[in-house]
Design a protein around this ligand. Structure first.
Ligand SMILES: Cc1cc2nc3c(=O)[nH]c(=O)nc-3n(C[C@H](O)[C@H](O)[C@H](O)COP(=O)(O)OP(=O)(O)OC[C@H]3O[C@@H](n4cnc5c(N)ncnc54)[C@H](O)[C@@H]3O)c2cc1C
Length: 346
């Protein structure tokens, strides 16, 4: 366990909001995690588990202890038809993807360069370029912090959905993800259904080519949080019913739309925001990214209030033009812990 000297959270949240915590502690195994959490609970001090802080917006200084999950380890077991991986929650996601590529284990390449830790991937069911984390998840190991017991949830029990899982609902509080199990099948089929990947001929597709192509696109279209504070897509892509979608597509035939398994239609939130003329729009130190309106950036020493004011403005404009209410994808953290993001931007 490492009690860091700093209480400054600015380098630990990708929005680079100038905010602090009462204490920041790095934990490297389950025992340390449980000990710090139990001590904090005995002193009625709130705790917040954090990976790399790339999916959070701190609204104010955090009054409790931030626990940085740094549980490491990538164990790989080869079986007849698949590789089984057992990975520490503190491993960096993209390092895992690159480790797999270097060992000729395919599957995760479409999830190239997504920032953050392995432990946060199940919570948000991270996804990109036609692929979602849940497709490779075998199990998620969770520490129940009240009792110190370890639970293993299989994929069904994780209740994965679009940017959603049980870890945002019934297992949100008092539970920490400590390790994640993957199953990566040897019978690999490339997923080339999305954007620039459509240009790759399936016969020429290799995991490395897909990885490199996606990295190139992401590096040219997304702001690098090291240089420009941001938390990726600020809003979720809205999913609407087929009737409403038909009406909207009659008026806007160019609107990107994706049929969902249950017959609903997913729209591109970035396109909706763009149609409201808000690409590059600024409020205070916050702005929408000029290459992708779905990303809110810390343009110039933004405060969290600048970001929420801009988010509220965007939400109102999109509602007025399309009668669609955007929901935040980013998690909002108040002084005592997570708060309802929608309530903050109504
Ligand atoms: C430039 C950029 C691009 C992005 N692109 C994508 C993308 O393509 N697809 C996508 O899905 N996401 C994307 N994201 C969002 C982000 O990378 C993912 O949500 C990522 O999984 C967050 O990981 P993290 O470790 O930073 O989580 P954090 O931000 O540290 O935490 C997120 C939430 O999970 C909780 N948490 C974290 N770790 C644990 C744990 N071990 N146990 C329990 N709770 C925990 C935290 O309390 C917090 O509520 C992007 C972000 C950025 C900045």
């Amino acid at each position: 366990m490492i009690m860091t000297n700093t209480k400054n959270l600015k380098p630990l949240n990708s929005f680079s909001i100038n905010i602090s915590a009462r204490h920041i502690v790095e934990v490297h195994n389950e025992a340390e995690l449980y000990k710090v959490w139990k001590n904090a609970e005995n002193q009625s001090t709130p705790t917040l588990m954090l990976g790399r802080g790339t999916n959070v917006l701190f609204l104010e200084n955090y009054t409790g202890i931030v626990l940085l999950n740094r549980i490491a380890g990538i164990e790989i077991e080869e079986q007849h038809q698949a590789w089984n991986l057992h990975v520490g929650a503190g491993e960096i996601w993209d390092n895992l993807v690159r480790t797999c590529l270097s060992k000729k284990i395919p599957g995760l390449e479409n999830l190239a360069l997504i920032p953050g830790c392995v432990g946060a991937a199940p919570i948000h069911n991270i996804g990109a370029y036609g692929v979602e984390f849940c497709q490779f998840c075998n199990y998620v190991d969770v520490l129940h912090l009240k009792t110190g017991t370890l639970l293993r949830l299989n994929t069904n029990e994780c209740q994965f959905g679009y940017r959603d899982s049980i870890f945002k609902h019934t297992l949100r509080d008092n539970h920490a993800i400590v390790r994640v199990g993957f199953q990566l099948l040897k019978s690999w089929n490339p997923t080339l259904t999305y954007g620039v990947l459509k240009k790759i001929h399936p016969q020429h597709a290799t995991p490395q080519l897909i990885y490199d192509t996606i990295c190139m696109i992401r590096r040219t279209t997304l702001p690098d949080p090291v240089l420009t504070g941001n938390a990726g897509s600020f809003f979720k892509n809205p999913i609407i019913n087929a009737g409403k979608a038909k009406q909207l597509l009659k008026e806007y035939p160019d609107a990107p739309n994706y049929l969902q398994p249950e017959g609903k239609i997913k729209l591109a939130a970035g396109w909706l925001i763009d149609q409201c003329g808000l690409k590059g729009y600024r409020i205070g130190g916050a702005a929408t990214y000029d290459k992708q309106a779905l990303i809110l950036i810390n343009f110039n020493n933004a405060t969290s209030k600048d970001i929420t004011t801009l988010a509220r403005y965007i939400r109102k404009k999109v509602e007025k033009k399309f009668a669609i209410l955007l929901e935040p994808e980013v998690r909002f953290i108040g002084p005592l812990g997570e708060v309802d993001g929608i309530a903050e931007i109504i």
